[in-house]
Design a binder for this molecule. Structure first.
Ligand SMILES: [Fe+2]
Ligand SMILES: [Fe+2]
Length: 262
């Protein structure tokens, strides 16, 4: 199925929460673990838009579709950060985007991919880089959908649950873009398949790795996915369906490596 970039750009709008009653956070405040996971997610969402600048110097930017998509995508991730920040604020937790940005901007996107960079990224030619980038992005977006849905299901909350479902809905469009792009690139090149397979098997880590403290990554992954083998298998299957990536188990491997019982 082709991804309709024009329709994506035209229908992109902020995740709204005006119609949700945030006063319910006063009477039904979120528990500590949920807030800690939300804090993580907020941070990662905001971080996305800190690194667009770095992304714009990678080979992906020269691909017209990818460049156009990333501008809209980036804005949506920023809105997710804003929505989560509003929830956190109701609990006295302040996440300031500008402050975060000034701290993080130097880290950049390459930092998030640092393990990958060490191993293969630097030696990649343009097209193969794009294949890795798009597949990596697909894995990240798939896990974002799963994380938001899971957190929504764990909290039967009148304001949080619908908000998380709205965010997850936007994340599914990101999945569609990245998987479409990844499939195309992987289908077209045996080398791209080999390199991407190697990169994901060796270096994929949950979103936020390299920018967030390890303790927080372990917390959020454990909070959302411990004992959820089936969810993780489902995520792995989605990646396995991409050309050349059969049998990869990046999600299960990553969580097991962190010591999370799945
Ligand atoms: Fe997001
Ligand atoms: Fe996303």
């Amino acid at each position: 199925m082709a991804f309709d970039l024009e329709a994506f750009a035209e229908t992109s709008e902020p995740v709204g929460w005006d119609d949700l009653d945030f006063d319910t956070f006063e009477t039904q405040p979120l528990d500590e673990n949920t807030l800690r996971s939300l804090r993580y997610m907020c941070d990662v969402e905001f971080h996305t838009s800190c690194y667009l600048r770095d992304m714009l110097v990678t080979p992906s930017h020269r691909e017209e579709d990818a460049g156009d998509f990333m501008t809209v995508w980036n804005r949506e991730e920023f809105w997710h950060g804003e929505a989560l920040a509003a929830v956190l604020q109701r609990h006295g937790i302040v996440v300031d985007y500008d402050e975060l940005k000034s701290k993080r901007v130097k880290l950049g996107w390459q930092q998030a991919l640092s393990p990958l960079k060490q191993s293969v990224l630097s030696s990649l030619a343009g097209t193969d880089f794009v294949a890795v980038h798009m597949t990596w992005g697909a894995a990240n977006e798939l896990s974002a959908v799963a994380a938001y849905r899971r957190l929504a299901a764990m909290n039967d909350h009148p304001a949080l649950t619908p908000l998380l479902k709205r965010i997850a809905q936007q994340e599914t469009r990101h999945v569609a873009f990245y998987t479409t792009q990844a499939r195309e690139r992987l289908e077209g090149s045996e080398k791209a398949r080999a390199v991407t397979r190697l990169a994901l098997a060796k270096a994929w880590r949950p979103v936020g790795s390299g920018i967030m403290p390890e303790t927080e990554i372990v917390h959020v992954m454990g909070h959302l996915f411990s004992g959820r083998r089936e969810d993780l298998e489902g995520l792995d299957r989605r990646v396995q369906r991409l050309p050349g990536l059969q049998e990869l188990t990046i999600f299960r491997t990553a969580l097991t490596r962190m010591g999370i019982a799945i």
